[in-house]
Design a binder for this molecule. Structure first.
Ligand code: NDP
Length: 337
């Protein structure tokens, strides 16, 4: 079977054929599994901008991927051999399978795919998985969104941003979304019910952003950092909440740039808070329940970008996130269920 390994740490963008390499491995036999282990066949792999950060040899919320190791990643799959009572052969599950067609995983790293009514299996990696939970806790707990707030979300047509805006609407906020394509802008306004959306690549974007934020921002949910963060700081209301979720515009830079407009944090008494979704693990179940209910009622809509052609396409799919090739959640179909 094929697995994809980190070959060389990139200093800026991931370079196809240089950063990762694929290897052929022989499938472990069922008898070689230890007690509590399962053999997981990956069906869908989640692609996340954070993966770029995991390639840097720096201190972070999670250790870097080691050179030569299978690239880290989460997926959904099928248990094809098992020495675990909890996960018999034939069970569908999610787990940290890495960029690999098969993985031997300890049962504590595997979770049963418990799909609520109205969900599709890949939702476990998207709107009911890590990105949905990030949106949920980011906008409710960190952003403390409330009715009447004016919320601006960057990366708004992506997996996280699209859910953030919809939750903010459900909570009674007015929402402006920012995305990099006119078709994404149309999707946000026409299908997801955002009050306004702008294409940040539009030559008139700065003027349009100023006009759209004349009432000033209560909550800014940041997925991208960079210049857009500076523009949002310039339009912050006193005591605005800045939810620092991600900064994809800076991930490829050796030295990420902070905002140059940072004095606004002081003058406007902004509360700017970073967060990592793992901090809310003890509340995942309750959040998933609420997200699933919204999904079932049609109040939460989702889109997926599924890259076909197997695990060796994970690299280009990851690069694609940095080029805005996706709408909604990006997945690689590793094997057909
Ligand atoms: P997305 O589905 O949002 O994909 C990334 C999107 O970012 C692209 O579709 C692209 O859309 C946009 N983008 C790419 N480059 C730039 C750029 N230079 N400037 C502005 N926008 C850009 O990914 P996720 O939903 O998985 O992740 C969104 C953010 O949330 C990331 O920053 C990620 O690291 C962060 N995150 C944080 C977590 C946490 O616990 N704190 C957990 C999960 C994600 P466009 O066409 O609009 O440019």
């Amino acid at each position: 079977y094929t697995s994809v390994h980190l070959k060389e740490r990139p200093t800026d963008a991931i370079i196809a054929g240089k950063t990762f390499e694929s290897k052929q491995q022989s499938l472990p036999s069922a008898s070689s599994l230890k007690d509590g282990e399962v053999l997981f066949q990956t069906l869908y792999l989640s692609l996340d901008p954070a993966m770029r950060g995991w390639l840097n040899p720096t201190r972070s919320y999670i250790p870097p991927v080691k050179i030569g190791a299978v690239m880290r990643g989460s997926g959904i799959g099928l248990i094809v051999a098992s020495k675990s009572k909890k996960f018999p052969v034939g069970t569908y599950a999610s787990g940290m399978c890495g960029w690999s067609e098969y993985a031997v995983l300890p049962e504590k790293e595997v979770e049963l795919l418990d799909l609520p009514h109205g969900a599709v299996p890949t939702d476990a990696l998207g709107c009911l998985g890590m990105t949905g939970l990030t949106a949920y806790f980011g906008i409710t707990e960190v952003g403390q969104v409330k009715a009447g707030d004016f919320v601006v979300v960057s990366g708004a047509a992506g997996a996280t941003g699209s859910v953030v805006g919809q939750i903010a609407k459900l909570k009674g906020a007015t929402v402006l979304g920012l995305a990099g394509e006119d078709s994404k802008v149309a999707w946000l306004k026409e299908e997801l019910g955002f009050d306004e959306a702008l294409n940040y690549k539009d030559p008139q974007f700065k003027d349009k952003f100023r006009a759209a934020t004349k009432g000033l921002i209560d909550v800014y949910f940041d997925n991208v950092g960079g210049e857009i963060l500076d523009m949002a700081l310039a339009r912050a209301k006193p005591f605005a909440r800045f939810v620092m979720c991600g900064a994809i515009s800076e991930y490829n830079n050796k030295k990420a740039q902070g905002p140059s407009n940072y004095l606004m944090i002081i003058s406007m008494r902004i509360r700017m808070q970073g967060f990592i979704v793992f901090d809310y693990a003890d509340k995942y179940a309750a959040a998933r329940k609420e997200l699933a209910q919204w999904l079932l009622e049609g109040k939460l809509k989702r889109k997926e970008t599924i890259i076909k052609g197997g695990i060796t396409n994970a690299e280009s799919a990851l690069v694609g996130l940095f080029e805005g090739k996706n709408s909604g959640k990006t997945l690689v179909e590793v094997a057909k269920p």
